[in-house]
Design a protein around this ligand. Structure first.
Ligand SMILES: *[C@@H]1O[C@H](CO)[C@@H](O)[C@H](O)[C@H]1NC(C)=O
Ligand SMILES: *[C@@H]1O[C@H](CO)[C@@H](O)[C@H](O)[C@H]1NC(C)=O
Ligand SMILES: *[C@@H]1O[C@H](CO)[C@@H](O)[C@H](O)[C@H]1NC(C)=O
Ligand SMILES: *[C@@H]1O[C@H](CO)[C@@H](O)[C@H](O)[C@H]1NC(C)=O
Ligand SMILES: *[C@@H]1O[C@H](CO)[C@@H](O)[C@H](O)[C@H]1NC(C)=O
Ligand SMILES: *[C@@H]1O[C@H](CO)[C@@H](O)[C@H](O)[C@H]1NC(C)=O
Ligand SMILES: *[C@@H]1O[C@H](CO)[C@@H](O)[C@H](O)[C@H]1NC(C)=O
Ligand SMILES: *[C@@H]1O[C@H](CO)[C@@H](O)[C@H](O)[C@H]1NC(C)=O
Ligand SMILES: *[C@@H]1O[C@H](CO)[C@@H](O)[C@H](O)[C@H]1NC(C)=O
Ligand SMILES: *[C@@H]1O[C@H](CO)[C@@H](O)[C@H](O)[C@H]1NC(C)=O
Ligand SMILES: *[C@@H]1O[C@H](CO)[C@@H](O)[C@H](O)[C@H]1NC(C)=O
Ligand SMILES: *[C@@H]1O[C@H](CO)[C@@H](O)[C@H](O)[C@H]1NC(C)=O
Length: 844
């Protein structure tokens, strides 16, 4: 839509020459009037000093442009260009100026040649008294033309505004989308090149439909779609990533459809732009301390974000191979091409496909899916989910339905016609999609949770019978094998423990067993579901029994994408195996074969802390002294990781499910070093960029992705409060919870009522002073600023000595949510100034 700026290059006739007697702007101002021009070399500065507008030459280009940038950011980043498609050519810079013409338009002249290079285009009926027109640079970066004599100074009805003609950058407050009255579309268009601001072929805009979504395109090819708005965010975003520094807004009514965001804190600078080089849309945030822009979000994020990776009814699951699978109740349309990893044909409904519609139809309930493309949809904001279902049943071409808005208990109705495409498994999306399918594939509850294996009975039988046969065969083979040669067994045993060697810093050789894949497959019954202990970050964990000694082990099968080579991986594992501490789970060995990477741990019969702590029956087994022992044990383990070991491991994913308990209820930290081993910058687990979901992440990580030892301390603080209170911290979670654990702990602390936080199930049988001390230490660990948090040495000292403790300040991540009635925006307010967190990143 940049063509909306007219391309006018004409030789000025004598009547325009009268314009040319202007006084030049001398001091910094934000306004151009009829009598003051802006010459090349001078700039306009917004009132509050944030933005500056002037002439610039991009890269090695010889052209000059009028552009806008943040005044106080050293390496000037151009965020808007007035004449991107009409450059000032050549070197005539001192004679170029921006003026208000007699007609009240903003025009760019190169007066050596008396040439009009560029002009705004205000239609004549608006031009009442042009002599009072001024061009002004507003504090939000909007460069506008307005009538200075307009009595209504606050009027947003500018005669013209730069925000209507975005370039490659969406500034806060800028609207992306449509004015339906005039059929005017504002969309981002990338620069052609790093030194050429003219329109490139990467765009980001809103695609109109009854349930609109935003789409990034390269030329005419769609490369990313956001999914429709769900009341809080676009469907493709894990909803818990709502970051309190932004307020996002989506407006859809008969006049306009647009998206915009604003930044809660004035001093934070964060923008969205299109990067033509890497073909991505990125959000970047300025980090003053480091003097750089840091990339905060970059889409497409993964293969699954591609436009339609898996074909109709195919569900894309990032991090597993192959990434595509059919929705439960569906099967590949062509097994042949599906098996050769060509997913374009997608999947089709299982069961009878021909008979009349409606007779045998049910709906599968899928959770955690990015909603399908909305080109053919129908919506009603007032309909209940039940009516929505009936509406869908009425029409044979309806294939799915869902709520429109996820806030509260969900409301409204959206129904889809035709094939469902672009499905992606995203964690933490509270919007369920109900997909029409053959009733025989729907279990009694209609529940089918995404791609997880909650199979119907027929499926279960279909799988169990072959499994039993295979197991029997295995048993026979095993028996025969065992009887035949005892000698072979000995050989095997040796094979199983080929020793991997690595010289450590002291010149000694470190050794760990290096298991064969076949050994692990035997031990875990080919990774059977029965042996599955759970699913942690980085992959599932299986119980296994090593054949000769019947030693029980836990096998962590690292999912997919380790970015390291085999050698580096081996080295890291060996180093981790070297970390030995009674509060760390012991690494027994590893298995690397082909793409498979596995870690073998000692087996912990009592499972993890969360299975006790958050279970009303089980938690009674954890009396106070046990819990205190657990707290101190975790602290010791963490201290070892942080300081005593030579590796200086930052755990990054400390939470109750990663604390295992041995038979004496001693805590053992697991999953340590995995972020390092997996070469992973973010701890993503098997979910995708779940920044902030856990409720265990420090603010500087959730907001800026910065992780340090002190962020582990933060997570430890949460863990501590959870252990003492027996309650789960909901963190920055879904708005239904009004008060999280940290918030509550702080409130009670202020009121001097901390005792109330202590788990009810103790009754009177606990040591009050110890519990209060734990809570205080917990709050100290949760300080907003990393440098205010103690290190683990001090934590341990504070927990175990009767020293005086410092008073905590308000913790870092108390988030209050306000949903105004009527106004449907969701405000996320951080209790204390977010800037300090975003900007003072001394955590590194
Ligand atoms: C101004 O813009 C309108 C609509 O975009 C267009 O029809 C008109 O021709 C333009 N005027 C000039 C002078 O370019
Ligand atoms: C433009 O200016 C540069 C140096 O500022 C000079 O090298 C170049 O020759 C000039 N080009 C023209 C066309 O005047
Ligand atoms: C600008 O150009 C004019 C000629 O058009 C010349 O007289 C003047 O010296 C130039 N000024 C500067 C600062 O180069
Ligand atoms: C100046 O104008 C003439 C036509 O009058 C044109 O041929 C020439 O290219 C222009 N020069 C510049 C530098 O714009
Ligand atoms: C326009 O405003 C100027 C003062 O800014 C005034 O002198 C003039 O009479 C006005 N013209 C009209 C047509 O209202
Ligand atoms: C402002 O407009 C009024 C009429 O609306 C006119 O009388 C007055 O002269 C104008 N003043 C300026 C400064 O333009
Ligand atoms: C968007 O607005 C249009 C026009 O008011 C309406 O028909 C449509 O249902 C709305 N869509 C959503 C998702 O609210
Ligand atoms: C585009 O991305 C590349 C690679 O991350 C980066 O080097 C470049 O600076 C980016 N372009 C812009 C305009 O920021
Ligand atoms: C995948 O299958 C489709 C249709 O079956 C075919 O058109 C396409 O060329 C195939 N793609 C590849 C990469 O083989
Ligand atoms: C669909 O599944 C979700 C999560 O399992 C559940 O909360 C919801 O109630 C289910 N919907 C229906 C209609 O059963
Ligand atoms: C939907 O409900 C709102 C208020 O809850 C009401 O204003 C509106 O008229 C209703 N729309 C329809 C189509 O019933
Ligand atoms: C079903 O929906 C489609 C798409 O909106 C529409 O064209 C068709 O007329 C509908 N059929 C019935 C029976 O309502």
């Amino acid at each position: 839509m940049t063509n909306m700026i007219p391309i006018i290059v004409l030789v000025i006739t004598s009547n325009l020459i009268s314009l040319l007697f202007f006084s030049q702007l001398s001091t910094a101002t934000n306004t151009i009037t009829r009598y003051q021009s802006l010459n090349d070399g001078n700039t306009l500065v917004s009132n509050d000093g944030t933005f500056e507008l002037g002439f610039f030459r991009p890269g090695s280009s010889t052209n000059r442009y009028v552009g806008l940038w943040y005044k106080n950011i050293p390496n000037r980043r151009i965020v808007w260009v007035a004449n991107r498609d009409n450059p000032i050519k050549g070197n005539n810079s001192n004679s170029t100026m921006l003026v208000i013409s007699k007609e009240g338009n903003l025009v760019l002249l190169t007066n050596n040649n008396q040439t009009l290079v560029w002009s705004t285009n205000i239609t004549t009926q608006l031009l009442s008294n042009t002599s009072s027109h001024v061009a002004q640079l507003l504090d939000n970066g909007n460069f506008v033309i307005k009538d200075n004599n307009n009595s209504d100074q606050q009027s947003k009805n500018f005669l013209w505004q730069g925000f209507d003609f975005p370039c490659d950058t969406l500034l806060p407050e800028m609207k992306l989308g449509w004015d339906l009255k005039t059929n005017f579309n504002r969309q981002l268009t990338s620069w052609k090149n790093w030194d050429d601001p003219s329109s490139g072929d990467l765009t980001w805009g809103i695609v109109l439909s009854s349930n609109p979504e935003t789409v990034v395109k390269k030329g005419t090819i769609e490369i990313y779609r956001s999914g429709p708005w769900n009341g809080v965010d676009f469907s493709g975003y894990p909803i818990l990533t709502i970051t309190p520094i932004f307020e996002k807004k989506f407006v859809n009514n008969s006049n306009e459809v647009y998206y915009k965001y604003s930044i809660v804190s004035k001093s934070t600078i964060s923008i969205i732009y299109l990067n033509q080089t890497i073909l991505r849309r990125e959000r970047i945030t300025w980090i003053p301390k480091e003097n750089t822009w840091r990339v905060y979000d970059s889409v497409p994020r993964d293969d699954c974000d591609d436009y339609n990776p898996c074909g109709p009814y195919g569900n894309c699951v990032h991090n597993v191979t192959p990434i595509c699978r059919c929705l439960d109740g569906f099967e590949p349309k062509s097994w042949e091409s599906w098996n050769s990893f060509n997913w374009t044909q997608g999947c089709v409904r299982k069961g009878k496909k021909t008979s009349s519609c409606g007779v045998n139809d049910g709906f599968g309930n899928f959770t955690g899916l990015k909603l399908p493309k909305t080109t053919h949809t129908w919506v009603d904001a007032n309909m209940t989910l039940e009516d929505c279902k009936n509406k869908c049943l009425e029409n044979c071409s309806c294939t799915a339905y869902s709520n429109l808005d996820v806030r509260g208990d969900g409301s409204g109705c959206s129904i889809w016609f035709g094939d469902l495409i672009g499905l992606k498994q995203v964690s933490a999306i509270p919007q369920d999609l109900y997909v029409r399918m053959d009733a025989s594939n729907v279990d009694s509850n209609g529940d089918i949770s995404g791609w997880h294996d909650k199979k119907s009975h027929t499926l279960a039988i279909a799988i169990t019978i072959p499994l039993v046969i295979v197991l029997l065969l295995l048993l026979i083979v095993f028996y025969v094998h065992k009887r035949k040669t005892k000698q072979r067994e000995m050989e095997d045993k040796l094979d199983n423990s080929i020793l991997a060697k690595k010289e450590d810093e002291d010149g000694r050789y470190l050794e760990i067993p290096f298991f064969k894949l076949s050994t692990i497959i035997d031990a875990t019954n080919d990774f059977s579901n029965d042996n599955k202990l759970g699913e942690g970050g980085f992959g599932p964990v299986y119980k296994g029994i090593l054949a000769p000694e019947r030693q029980v082990i836990a096998v962590k099968r690292l999912s997919g994408s380790s970015k390291q080579g085999t050698k580096e991986f081996k080295n890291e594992v060996i180093l981790c195996a070297k970390l030995q501490h009674r509060n760390l789970v012991k690494v027994l060995g590893c298995c690397i074969q082909g793409k498979e990477r596995m870690l073998i741990y000692e087996y912990m019969p009592n499972k993890s802390l969360d299975s006790f702590l958050f279970d009303s029956a089980q938690k009674k087994l954890l009396d106070w002294s046990t819990r205190f022992n657990i707290i101190c044990g975790i602290a010791r383990g963490l201290l070892y990781l942080h300081q005593d070991s030579r590796l200086r491991i930052i755990h990054r994913d400390l939470k109750p499910s990663n604390i295992l308990l041995d038979s004496d209820m001693n805590p053992k930290i697991s999953d340590f070093g995995l972020a390092k081993i997996c070469g992973d910058e973010q701890v993503e687990g098997n979910t995708n960029k779940v920044v902030g979901t856990h409720g265990y992440m420090a603010p500087e990580y959730a907001i800026d992705g910065v992780f340090s030892i002190k962020s582990d301390v933060f997570s430890f603080g949460i863990l501590l409060l959870e252990i003492v209170s027996g309650r789960k911290n909901k963190g920055i979670s879904y708005p239904r919870n009004n008060d999280n654990l940290v918030g509550k702990a702080w409130r009670l602390w202020k009121e001097g009522n901390s005792k109330e936080l202590v788990d009810d199930c103790f009754g009177e049988s606990y040591i009050l002073s110890e519990a209060l001390r734990c809570i205080q230490v917990g709050l100290l660990c949760l300080q907003q600023h990393p440098s205010d948090r103690p290190n683990m040495v001090s934590v341990l000292a504070m927990l175990t000595n009767e020293t005086n403790l410092t008073q905590p300040k308000e913790p870092g991540f108390i988030i209050k949510r306000v949903i105004n009635e009527g106004e449907s925006t969701l405000e996320n307010v951080m209790s204390s100034s977010i800037n300090e967190v975003t900007i003072s990143l001394d955590a590194r």
